[in-house]
Design a protein around this ligand. Structure first.
Ligand code: ACO
Length: 380
């Protein structure tokens, strides 16, 4: 490989951003200058969406106006429900349904294409898309959004049709805030690349959902929950971890491209999960939370022994699995629920990119054959 090629663009800065700041060495994440620990647990999703879009926390009036703008855009076009019904009938993964549903948000645009309103539209529609797909997957009719409920509470309500417990709402709100933005990760880069062509925000978010689907990005929390359950069933975390690593497998929820210490979101989500499991309720099982902590301890220790040159700690996905399970989000919706939170960052990045746009167009080093001559098909 040519030394000048930066595979995976590691360490290459291609944009200036005022949205979030990551210090991978120190394990710090700040959103618009606020450490993530300051926001997750206190801020609502609407407040952080506002913060990302406008640069400052909203007043109560500004927050309420944003909440109303989201509420007014939650309902899906009937055609989208049909697509989601078909996706569920075909047993497609939730991320495929999310991609199809968000792509169709243009159907309910109230007016001309406009980045600011498209950004609100996709943020408002994503939870309804995911919940509607899920209801069809369960053989149930969708639950219409409840205008009296805020973003996180309404998402849980649309999934179950029941008023969510306050602890579950708080836990989900902390999650959505914690994952709202994270520098130029793969899905955010995809979104920025799409709008850099002066395409629209709905297209950009559709591409971002596609990028988030992969297990190296947003697809890990489902397998993390499976892993915790499997370890619990065997009763021996140390042996389970050793077997997996001996087989050359990766431990899901460990390691990160940027962090060289524990992902700060892991701590925030662990604390939120602890509150949810202490309160009890849907999906909470204190044994699972404790098993997760034990698996983290054993996993980190084993990875230190085997990869002494590379610190591999838990990443955001590890406690995402524990927290989302605790608040009652089904395992198959973990990645799609990540999208429900990350859409705040995706759309803010789109607006930032459009505010000072330069077409994103990297180059590649050609490494193939040269100077070949045409052979007619009958001579091949
Ligand atoms: N388990 C075991 N070994 C690991 C793990 C892991 N989770 N992560 C990295 N390693 C090892 C690799 O095998 C590699 O070893 P080698 O040098 O002997 O080949 C070394 O650590 C470096 O790994 P890279 O692949 O170069 O690390 P990279 O920065 O590309 O990967 C990634 C980061 C993709 C997150 C990786 O750690 C991983 O696959 N983790 C598991 C999946 C996961 O948790 N994904 C969610 C990421 S968080 C997010 O995107 C929202």
């Amino acid at each position: 490989m040519d030394d000048s090629v930066r595979r995976g663009l590691e360490g290459v800065a291609v944009a200036e951003t005022s949205l979030s700041d990551i210090d991978g060495g120190a394990g710090e994440l700040a959103i618009r200058g606020y450490p993530v620990e300051e926001l997750a647990g206190d801020a609502s999703f609407a407040e952080v969406l506002y913060l990302l879009r406008h640069g400052d926390l909203p007043t109560a009036e500004e927050r309420d106006a944003l909440r109303a703008a989201l509420r007014d855009r939650r309902a899906l076009a009937p055609e989208v429900r049909e697509v989601l019904r078909a996706a569920a009938a075909a047993d497609l993964p939730a991320m495929d349904a999310a991609r199809m549903g968000v792509a169709a948000a243009s159907l309910v645009r109230d007016g001309a294409e406009d980045p600011e309103t498209d950004a609100l539209l996709v943020a408002a529609q994503l939870p309804t898309v995911v919940a509607t797909y899920w209801r069809y997957r369960r053989g149930e009719e969708p639950v219409a959004p409840d205008p009296a409920l805020d973003h996180a509470a309404n998402y849980l309500y649309m999934l179950t049709g029941e008023a969510p417990a306050p602890a579950a709402v708080d836990g989900l709100e902390a999650y959505l805030v914690a994952v709202s933005d994270h520098g130029l990760n793969a899905s955010t880069f995809a979104a920025r690349t799409v709008v850099s062509t002066e395409s629209d925000v709905v297209s950009a978010v559709t591409a971002a959902v596609g990028a988030l689907k992969g297990p190296l990005h947003g697809g890990a929390p489902g397998p993390v929950l499976d892993m915790i359950r499997e370890v619990r069933a065997t009763g021996d975390a140390r042996e389970w971890v050793a077997d997996r690593l001996d087989a050359g497998e990766r431990l899901m929820g460990f390691g990160h491209r940027v962090y060289r210490v524990r992902d700060p979101r892991a701590a925030v989500l662990e604390a939120a999960a602890e509150r949810v499991y202490e309160a009890g309720g849907t999906g909470t099982d204190a044994g699972l939370f404790e098993a997760a902590r034990e698996l983290e301890r054993v996993g980190v220790e084993a990875l230190r022994e085997r990869k002494p040159d590379r610190r591999l700690d838990t990443n955001v996905e590890f406690y995402t699995a524990v927290l989302l399970h605790g608040v009652g989000v089904p395992r198959d919706l973990f990645s799609a629920t990540f999208a429900v939170g990350r859409v705040a960052g995706w759309t803010a990045h789109c607006l930032e990119q459009l505010g000072d746009n330069r077409l994103i167009r990297p180059s590649s080093r050609y490494a193939g054959e040269r100077g070949r001559t045409w052979t007619p098909i009958e001579e091949r």
